[in-house]
Ligand binder design. Structure first.
Ligand SMILES: C[S@@+](CC[C@H](N)C(=O)[O-])C[C@H]1O[C@@H](n2cnc3c(N)ncnc32)[C@H](O)[C@@H]1O
Length: 329
């Protein structure tokens, strides 16, 4: 039964662990596998031959699809090169929904275009039954003048007070870069990236499984949002770090009884359907066209788009602030 695997980080090879999980038992599967780019993980060699890597990927991808419920979603994060192969595997057993482009500049490689995004494949196990919620992110503003970045011309009066519906290009979430603020892991994902995915595709109490759990980002996001998690990870040390962080997290990423994703002094993601309830927590400019220069304010008066986030044990927050400031210069 699935209950015995819930809310655990299971140490071991993910293929072996996945094979024990019952069919159709998990609501969301998310994988951020080794990219075969010679990264320095503690326990794995990240440099297989091309065919060996692809054959291995096919095995765990098929297991992910098998364990996902008919209403469930499958997300695969990787560099575009590997995603081109993953689509060919997934198209045989699941249904394409989106190729999400996550804007994340990397170093120039020479004799190529500079790689500047990761892809996140979003597949549904069954096309018609797929659970999905539209989400919104805050309007982007000029840090110096406070005005909206985008010129909506005469349409400002029709803007949503919180922010636009999310597209398949994500530019508002930054990679975890600075060593001094991250876990001892070569490629930890930002927690609010996972919170966004979880808000889009699951409900409170649902089960989220990550076969390459690393230092537990997916599990932490799931726990914060009141979901159950199953993390699979080969390396003992990454499991230990995850468990320590998970002990300090609570399922309380909420305003009132609404689950939201926080970041720094505001909110990064809300469900569109929650806005009606959430709006009573905000002072909204009148007329709405004034949103151009006057952001909504939480009624507790603390920040430009929402609430001050709860005190967090996670170390990435100060680093994100640094990154945002650097990247906005
Ligand atoms: C790209 S990282 C995932 C990072 C994670 N998303 C995070 O935010 O911390 C890939 C992880 O897969 C783990 N791994 C590699 N081979 C594995 C296997 N066969 N079974 C389980 N975990 C494995 C590595 O130890 C590494 O932590």
């Amino acid at each position: 039964m699935i209950e015995k695997y819930l809310n655990k980080i299971i140490q071991g090879d993910c293929l072996e662990s996945l094979r024990e999980i019952p069919d159709n038992s998990v609501d969301v599967t998310f994988a951020d596998p080794p990219f075969n780019l010679k990264k320095k993980y503690n326990s794995t060699k990240d440099s297989l031959d091309l065919q060996e890597y692809l054959d291995w990927c096919e095995l765990w991808i098929n297991e992910m699809v098998r364990v996902t419920k008919p209403t469930g979603s499958i997300f695969l994060h990787n560099i575009p090169k590997w995603l081109t192969y993953y689509t060919a595997i997934l198209n045989k057993s699941a249904h394409f929904r989106h190729w999400i482009s996550w804007d994340a500049p990397t170093s120039p490689m020479g004799k190529s275009l500079q790689p500047s995004h990761y892809g996140i494949l979003f597949y549904a196990k069954e096309a018609k039954q797929n659970k999905f919620y539209e989400v919104r992110y805050p309007h982007k503003r000029c840090r110096k003048c406070g005005y909206l970045h985008k010129d909506y011309g005469g349409k400002k009066g029709m803007l949503h007070p919180f922010g636009p519906l999310l597209s398949d290009v994500w530019t508002d979430i930054h990679r975890v870069k600075h060593n001094k603020y991250r876990d001892d892991h070569p490629c930890q994902l930002p927690i609010h990236l996972l919170e966004r995915i979880i808000l889009m595709s699951s409900d409170e109490g649902d089960i989220v499984l990550d076969p390459f759990s690393g230092t537990g980002t997916t599990a932490l996001a799931a726990k914060r949002l009141g979901r159950n998690y199953i993390g699979l990870e080969l390396d003992n040390e990454y499991v230990r770090i995850s468990e320590n962080k998970l002990k300090m997290e609570n399922p309380d990423s909420k305003i009132g009884d609404i689950w939201v994703s926080f970041y720094l002094d505001g909110i990064t993601t809300i469900r569109d359907s929650d806005w009606e309830k959430l709006s009573s927590s905000y002072v909204i400019p009148e007329p709405i066209a004034h949103i151009d220069h006057t952001p909504i304010k939480s009624k507790n008066g603390k920040s430009h788009n929402g609430y001050t986030p709860k005190k967090t044990a996670l170390s990435e927050l100060p680093m994100f602030l640094e990154e945002v400031l650097v990247e906005q210069e």
